[in-house]
Ligand binder design. Structure first.
Ligand code: ADP
Ligand code: GLC
Length: 480
């Protein structure tokens, strides 16, 4: 039996700010239980809903030396959906209303979390063969592991994998501060280890010390070796390119299933979507106070509202888009300039645009099911899950050809009768607008073709099955 521990800062259903939580919450369920015992360890945030916190069982607690301090580490556990979860409890660190906030505070929190994860293992009596770390919040685990923990036989030979979900965030602060948070010796604060551009960088630590590095699509794995996408770490990633691979994300096919989805008005599948899917569009139009008209080309957006997602292109073209016979439905929150931009267009084109500036699981499903097209013009996109959800619900993605969007959406080719969506190449507002116009034209004038695009999209397989195989092969190879 191979024992694997996932360490992460978010995980569905406990706590989610983006796709990382979907991945950590769904991938562990997809390994063959006869060969893999995959467990997950997370912070026990106060903002995890009470319905989950009340089910966690207190195991024990201890005090850990970190920097010049001693910190409390409480351990809780819970089984959920067949997966064993552990939670690190410390109310001083994990009491916020959201999992992240002030950058420096987050850095201190996750320095603590990384050391607490390792310190907890002997007490949990669980010795993983491999620890799979996700994003910068867990970047120091491979570093601590190679440091003082080696003195203990228990830890020798544990392998590590570092997965990059988003290279934009690295956990960077000045070296003195991070040294004081971690208590790591001077040795680590050098340019071939934690130091990057005179600061200390937690993700870099993980990338230097992990036995293997993965990211969440093939294209992004290539892109991050170049300066534009590399966020200053392209040199290191090129140097480690033999240990770096892309494994595309999947989505939870039970959770996201138009045939059984309890959030949507009318369930449907690839056989009957031509008749049934429209009922979800009517329902959504009614719910959001938009004109009830089957013919309007309804474009959906469900996203964090940040620069990454390409909303400056949308801001630039919103007036033009609204000249078409469309409706635009937005669900998202994030940077104030994009929140206000969408609020403004909701006011300006009240019967065409519906901006919903908040987080809602329920509405997100209704948008994936109800819209005709799904817009994702990202500047960069490590994988992207929203376009996979849209495909699954027969909502045609319109994307920019970057990262995982390029790997998962096959552009429509009207001559060969192929493709599952529409895409444009350059980060250019007019290219995006032309692609939206082209899609709207097919939708309006070539309904049969449009329905075939939907059909191919719904038939594409983005469940975890294939990718979980790739992860298990990698684990096997690393553990030996
Ligand atoms: P990222 O991780 O960069 O935010 P992904 O496409 O990988 O992008 O994942 C985003 C996830 O968050 C999807 O599950 C999407 O449905 C969800 N999501 C984003 N914004 C909202 C929102 N306002 N309400 C509900 N779900 C949202
Ligand atoms: C990050 C990326 C997104 C990816 C997700 C899960 O948040 O921005 O593209 O799908 O992680 O891997």
């Amino acid at each position: 039996m191979r024992k694997i521990l996932y360490a992460a800062s978010e995980c569905v259903p406990f706590i989610k700010t983006g796709g990382l939580a979907d991945v950590v919450g769904s991938l562990p369920k997809n390994f063959d239980k006869r060969y893999f015992d995959v467990r997950v360890i997370l912070p026990k945030y106060m903002c995890i809903p009470w319905e989950y916190r009340e089910k966690m069982n207190y195991l024990t607690h201890f005090y850990m030396d970190i920097g010049s301090r001693k910190q409390y580490v409480g351990l809780f556990e819970m089984e959920y959906d067949g997966v064993q979860f552990y939670f690190i409890d410390n109310e001083y660190y994990f009491n916020g209303f959201t999992p992240y906030g002030d950058v420096k505070w987050d850095i201190e929190k996750f320095c603590y979390f990384c050391k607490a994860v390792l310190s907890a293992l002997p007490i949990l009596n669980f010795r993983p063969d491999l620890i799979h770390c996700h994003d910068w919040q867990t970047g120091l685990i491979p570093v601590f592991l190679k440091d003082s923990f080696q003195a203990d036989l228990f830890f020798r030979g544990i392998k590590t994998v570092m997965t990059i979900h988003n290279l934009k965030f690295q956990g960077v602060w000045d070296m003195k501060t991070i040294q004081s948070f971690t208590g790591l010796p001077d040795y680590y604060f050098a340019p071939d280890k934690l130091e990057a551009y005179k600061d200390a960088n937690m993700l870099k630590g993980g990338l230097v010390y992990a036995d293997a590095i993965t990211t969440v699509s093939n294209t992004y794995a290539e892109e991050i070796k170049t300066p534009f996408f590399g966020e200053g770490l392209d040199g290191l990633l090129s140097a480690r390119s033999h240990d770096l691979r892309g494994i595309v994300n999947g989505i939870d096919y039970h959770e996201y299933n138009p045939e059984t989805d309890p959030y949507i008005k009318k369930q449907y599948n690839v056989e009957n979507f031509r008749r049934e899917k429209i009922k979800n569009k009517r329902d959504l139009q009614e719910q959001l106070g938009l004109e009830q008209d089957d013919k309007k080309f309804m474009i959906g957006i469900v996203s964090r509202l940040t620069d990454q997602k390409g909303f400056d292109l949308v801001a630039y073209m919103m007036d033009e888009i609204c000249q078409l016979d469309v409706q635009v439905v937005i669900l998202g929150s994030g940077e104030w300039q994009y929140e206000n931009m969408f609020r403004h267009y909701d006011w300006k084109y009240a019967n065409k645009v519906s901006s919903n500036i908040y987080y809602s699981e329920d509405l997100s499903h209704r948008i994936y099911a109800g819209c005709d097209a799904f817009l994702m013009p990202s500047r960069f996109e490590p994988c992207g899950l929203s376009q996979l959800m849209a495909l699954r619900y027969g909502t045609v993605p319109i994307v920019r050809e970057t990262g995982g969007l390029k790997d998962t959406v096959e552009p429509y080719n009207e001559y060969e009768g192929r493709g599952t969506g529409f895409s444009f190449r350059n980060y250019n507002a007019h290219e995006m607008l032309n692609t939206i116009r082209y899609a709207e034209g097919i939708y309006t004038h070539k309904k049969r073709e449009w329905n075939k695009i939907i059909e191919r999209g719904m038939q594409a397989d983005f469940s975890w099955e294939q990718s979980a195989h790739k992860y298990s092969d990698m684990y096997d190879w690393l553990i030996g």
